[in-house]
Design a protein around this ligand. Structure first.
Ligand code: SIN
Length: 541
């Protein structure tokens, strides 16, 4: 059966209410909150978010935010580590922006109220994570960096009085007659808010919707990470890039073979502070596989773990951090300690069972250095975006920094020119049907089985066929809209993954085991064209 073409908009009733803004920001992680705070100087900002303001990935970020803050460090060193992790396909200009603007952006975050852990000297205390050749990761509350950044930014937002709509699932981009972004449609559920399907009309739309980890069965991402921004951008005709590079975090707490949904992370910083990876017999299997051993870039560690599991037949590997002792565990990693103890593991006395799980989309909606997408008036920042800084594999703790730096750049770009008037847009109902929400589990099963760390042509062809066969005739509703988004994003990931017949970065093609083929040094750019996904390769200069 031929797949049904993907419509340019989700089936939905006509908006029952409208609101106007100069800038509508969608999402409330570090990128969305910073974009909203900084855009306020340029006009009326409306921030919409899918659940509560702190429900996205930012608050779960443990390790920290990377920046060359130490006197002995430099943006050039940070650049070199980022390019190495990205294995040849980072956009060097974007990385240069990230690493040179990063330190001051972090200092501005402190000015906004974020309280990082301090060393005895009074300077920000810095730790190390995989792929970093020096200590460069600022952290807060030990291992609760994202929660502290989210707290500080939400407090700052409250002071500004910026209007917020929570429990708002964004549906589609509105466009004016010239094809420019004109706002979004969205569905809101919540007391004291406008209800049902509505429209926000705005000449500048900033997508900061976060990740897509929920396309896999087990992920570190929260439930809200269903790829809504990438799906919206595809339906709007925008280019997305590098989607095949889904990063798997090497050390996610293993909760057993049937574990589903958001899984507890065991931060790289635990290894940064001296924990070892061992197999069931206690052997440190990363030693000798890479000069940085357990602190190799995370794709190398994830593959090392998967390889060792295959060699030994064990269902997981183990982190040994018993030598930290109770005091260090309680002071430095209270969140991880509590999560482990909640699951009956005491890291002070036990090995921690770990396994790689889907963690981060290194690709996303393609942007320029100011966050502009290929649709005029539509911007993207944070995990939903592909600025080019991550290449094939994001360097640890570069994600919060990317959200921060590029959100500020978007605000500066929006402020640099007078904003157009509130645009007119077609607010008619969108006819059609949607996939059955029951397909969500099937999508996750297919993606986990065939599109994980280890891939091959047969498996990816099966994934494409099985995804195309998923149908349904559901009425509009939150579960059906989310399932449509997951289905479109999963299909786009598979299309790009099939095309890239080499092993690079976050994934490993069993049928193309040689790494980093020079002919594949470039980007796979995907669009939705006439209802079909098309993917083309752009070689890098
Ligand atoms: C971690 O703390 O290991 C996660 C940090 C990141 O994903 O960059």
């Amino acid at each position: 059966m031929a797949p049904r073409p993907t419509p340019r908009a989700l089936a939905a009733p006509a908006p029952g209410w409208t609101a106007d803004a100069d800038v509508v920001v969608i999402g409330s992680g570090i990128a969305g909150l910073v974009a909203a705070l900084r855009c306020r100087a340029h006009g009326r900002v409306l921030l919409v978010t899918k659940a509560l303001l702190d429900a996205g990935s930012t608050r779960w970020a443990q390790g920290g935010i990377a920046a060359a803050l130490d006197a002995d460090d430099s943006p050039a060193d940070h650049l070199a580590d980022t390019l190495t992790a990205g294995v040849g396909v980072c956009d060097e200009a974007a990385v240069r922006v990230l690493v040179t603007e990063g330190p001051d952006a972090v200092r501005r975050l402190v000015d906004l109220g974020a309280r990082f852990d301090l060393a005895a000297s009074g300077e920000i205390s810095l730790t190390r994570e995989g792929g970093h050749h020096r200590r460069r990761i600022a952290h807060a509350g030990g291992d609760a960096t994202g929660a502290e950044i989210s707290r500080a930014l939400r407090a700052a937002l409250k002071e500004t009085g910026i209007e917020v709509i929570e429990h708002a699932l964004v549906l589609d981009l509105l466009k004016d007659g010239a094809g420019r972004a004109a706002g979004v449609t969205l569905h809101v559920m919540g007391e004291g808010q406008p209800g049902g399907v509505g429209a926000v009309r705005a000449p500048a739309v900033v997508l900061a919707t976060g990740g897509l980890g929920q396309v896999f069965s087990a992920t570190t991402n929260p439930d809200v990470s269903t790829g809504d921004g990438v799906a919206l951008a595809l339906r709007a005709g925008a280019e997305v890039s590098d989607l095949e590079f889904v990063q798997f975090h090497p050390t996610v707490l293993w909760l057993g073979p049937g574990a589903r949904g958001r899984q507890p992370l065991v931060s790289e910083a635990v290894r940064g502070e001296g924990a070892y990876l061992v197999d069931g017999s206690g052997e440190r299997f990363m030693v000798g596989r890479h000069e940085l051993a357990e602190l190799a870039p995370r794709d190398i560690v994830a593959k090392g773990i998967m390889n060792r599991m295959r060699e030994t037949g064990e269902p997981c590997m183990y982190l040994d951090a018993r030598h930290f002792g109770a005091d260090m565990w309680e002071r430095r990693f209270p969140t991880i300690l509590a999560a482990c103890r909640d699951h009956g593991i005491d890291p002070v006395t036990d090995l921690i069972p770990v396994l790689p799980a889907a963690h981060y989309a290194s690709g996303g909606v393609r942007t320029d250095l100011d966050g502009r997408t290929s649709v005029p008036g539509l911007y993207a920042c944070g995990e939903v975006a592909c600025t080019g800084v991550h290449g094939a594999n994001r360097l640890a703790s570069n994600s919060l920094l990317e959200g921060l730096v590029f959100a500020e750049r978007i605000a500066a770009a929006i402020g640099a020119e007078p904003l157009p008037e509130i645009p007119e847009a077609d607010l008619a109902a969108v006819p059609g049907t949607l996939p059955d929400p029951a397909a969500r589990g099937e999508i996750q099963r297919i993606m986990t089985a065939y599109t994980g760390v280890l891939r091959d042509a047969d498996g990816l062809a099966t994934a494409e066929r099985e995804l195309a066969a998923l149908g349904g005739d559901a009425e509009p509703g939150v579960a059906a809209w989310e399932t449509a988004n997951l289905h479109l994003v999963a299909s786009a990931i598979v299309a790009a993954a099939r095309r890239r017949t080499e092993t690079r970065g976050s994934h490993w093609r069993a049928d193309h085991p040689d790494r980093d083929d020079a002919a594949w040094r470039g980007h796979l750019v995907t669009r939705l064209d006439g209802g079909e996904l098309t993917t083309h390769f752009e070689e890098m200069a």
